[in-house]
Design a protein around this ligand. Structure first.
Ligand code: FES
Length: 220
């Protein structure tokens, strides 16, 4: 019988694991945070990660696998540097997410679940609501929102990712003060003032945003 060897992160991140466990009276509640931690290590959750998390929480690997496969934010296979998760739930579908998904498939040359040959971008289309229906249609790039999608935004985002500038110019973050924050108190972005990317698209009319000294520059 093969001897199971725990992945390195179990030892290296022992303090974080203990801190996560200390948050919950029932250790099973730590399952999802531990899966996120495992995923941070290599971008997806391997079989050895499943077994390690099961061992930490005294659960069966089958139980951990069932939770892992239920949620679309956990990846069970290697993914690209950037994971584009396109919401295709009701609000986004009503606002054209089907077309957005098709455009992305065409422009990237992959189907949902596929990764571009250069390993840069993985596309996933999900029927799970990404919890930003008011700004539909939306996608996330490695967990951060790009909202009110249209073809220009998609082209701008893909151009930035391919050029190594990263997604920052297109990301919209909700104000930390909460959804109902006064607009003056909110940082620039969809939920406050117009964000840089939106303002530039509006000003430019057509084509990509100008990038002099921009926030997205210098991204790896
Ligand atoms: S339906 Fe897309 S964010 Fe809710």
């Amino acid at each position: 019988m093969p001897v199971f060897e725990a992945p390195a992160w179990v030892k290296e991140r022992d303090a974080e694991i203990r801190e996560i466990l200390s948050r919950y009276p029932d250790s099973r509640s730590a399952l999802m945070p531990l899966l996120h931690l495992a995923q941070e290590e290599r971008g997806y959750i391997s079989q050895e990660d499943i077994e390690a998390v099961a061992g930490i929480l005294n659960l069966t690997p089958a139980y951990v696998e069932s939770v892992c496969s239920f949620y679309s934010l956990y990846h069970r296979h290697p993914v690209g540097k950037y994971v584009l998760l396109v919401c295709n739930n009701v609000s986004c579908a009503l606002r054209g997410s089907g077309r957005i998904a098709e455009l992305l498939k065409q422009k990237l040359g992959v189907e949902s679940g596929g990764t571009t040959p250069d390993g840069l971008i993985t596309l996933e289309v999900t029927h799970e609501c990404l919890a930003n229906c008011d700004a539909a249609p939306v996608l996330t790039v490695n967990g951060e929102y790009v909202v009110k999608l249209d073809e220009k935004k998609i082209d701008g985002l893909l151009a930035d990712l391919r050029a190594g500038r990263g997604p920052d110019a297109w990301i919209e973050r909700r104000p930390e003060t909460g959804y109902f924050a006064e607009p003056e108190a909110a940082p620039p972005g969809y939920w406050g003032k117009p964000g840089r990317a939106e303002a530039e698209v509006a000003a430019a009319g057509e084509g990509e945003p100008a990038r002099e000294g921009g926030a997205g520059e210098g991204q790896a």
